[in-house]
Design a protein around this ligand. Sequence first.
Ligand code: GAR
Length: 219
Amino acid sequence: MKDLQIGVMASGRGSNFQSIIDAIESDYLKNVEISLLITDNAAAYAIERAQKHGIPHLVLKPKEFDSRDAYYEYVALELKKRDIGLVVLAGFMRIVGKPVIDQFPNRIMNIHPALLPSFPGFHGQKQAADYGVKISGCTVHFVDEGMDTGPIIIQAAVSVRDDDTEDALSERILKLEHKIYPEAIRLFAEGRLDVRGHTVIIKGMTYEDGCITNPPLPD
Ligand code: GAR
């Protein structure tokens, strides 16, 4: 058994789930294993990805439980049963309930397709394009009880173009999502993330001075 057991929760396509599978299979993520996929959607393509890679999955639908709390208590139980050390939300389109958050303090990550705290909630990419920001991107953060409000681990930025559609911007952001999610998990697996207040301190960090300016400045 690997050092870190991960439980993934996804509602749909699961491309971020796939990027984590690929990072494990290519050894970018060492000593990490995905031991369970939980989905709330029996038609999620993420299920096919799990089956292809021999990852067990459970379809758990909130409407089949007496209450929201009962649902998340069951989810927490299933995760605990498998010794999960990190819960990874990969396009899980619900706010995770307190029973799971209480069982996994600073051990649940989420990816969001905007530079938080801007544009939380649904359609982060569309919100950013509609607002007219010049730079947007994606964020991996620890999950607390709010909507996309937990301590930020890693962010990546892209330029927003005047003629961007929601789909075009989403596609460019998604490419970065697939890079930063495995990296956030790598930092966690290496024990390098320390949460102090609302700030995530990354041990052994080096910084780069590169920046994106949009529109670009003349040379
Ligand atoms: C991703 O863009 C992710 O950032 C977003 O849903 C998409 C899931 O794609 N998540 C949210 O908007 C959460 N608020 P995927 O299923 O292909 O990973």
